[in-house]
Design a protein around this ligand. Structure first.
Ligand code: C5P
Length: 232
């Protein structure tokens, strides 16, 4: 699987997204549609971006009872997305149900990956707020293992955990890693962050970059810098 940079298009309208992507027209980057944009524009935004030639990761992070997630995934399977996700915290049963719902009648399906612990979560907040007292790396490794035995294709984790996940689940198991910043950028609300170059060194398969590109003075230059550092 080739390494790639996925841009988090955290905009609240199709218009803003397209005017941003116009600046990157020559690259046709892999894009991530999150809750903000999807809830504002609905499935039409997926169709628009696919028609413009982008690969699409639909980041809706499903987490509900297995039956509900299965039915929701069945609906998403009708969209021409390349990747989607859910929370591993929903249990193996939920992940297996999701996979069943996402698989089309002809056996094809988008990639399905699981969020382990959000990259904004610190060890301290995980212990205090959700009463998980194991070390972050162990929690991420365990959730990744659950995703793997449930048949998923990979996980969303911090780049700092990518090598641990590959050690536990094999090199083919995908690590999609947000929380990526240039060394001179602001961390924002993220906690477990690193640079594109370090993410490459740690073995991430895809980096997800939002504000370091979308908020840059020159987004095209920022995207090209990410690709140069991460893909080489
Ligand atoms: O702007 P920034 O680079 O922090 O954007 C990161 C993107 O990745 C956001 O869209 C966020 O929702 C998403 N994400 C994340 N951590 C996860 C899963 C997804 O930051 N564990």
């Amino acid at each position: 699987m080739g390494k790639d940079v996925i841009i988090a298009c955290d905009f609240d309208s199709c218009e803003q997204t397209l005017s941003f992507l116009d600046k990157l027209e020559e690259h046709k980057p892999y894009v991530k549609i999150g809750m903000e944009l999807y809830y504002a524009e609905g499935p039409a935004i997926v169709k628009t971006l696919k028609e413009r030639g982008h690969k699409v990761f639909l980041d809706l992070k499903l987490h509900d009872i297995p039956n509900t997630v299965k039915k929701a995934m069945k609906v998403l399977s009708n969209l021409d997305i390349d990747m989607c996700n859910l929370h591993a915290a929903g249990t193996c049963k939920m992940m297996e149900a999701a996979l069943e719902g996402l698989t089309r009648e002809d056996g094809t399906r988008p990639l399905l990956i699981a969020v382990t612990q959000l990259t904004s979560t610190t060890q301290e907040r995980m212990e205090a707020d959700i009463l998980i007292e194991e070390p972050m790396e162990k929690v991420v490794g365990h959730y990744a293992y659950n995703a793997m035995i449930s048949g998923l294709d990979g996980v969303v984790c911090s780049p700092l955990e990518a090598d641990k996940v590959h050690n536990a689940c094999g090199s083919e198991f995908l690590t999609v890693t947000p929380g990526v910043r240039f060394a001179d950028d602001d961390k924002g609300d993220q906690a477990r962050v690193t640079t594109p170059a370090k993410a490459k060194e740690l073995g991430s398969d895809y980096i997800v970059v939002g504000r370091s590109i979308t908020g840059a003075k020159d987004p095209k230059a920022a995207y090209e810098r990410c690709v140069a550092e991460f893909v080489g």
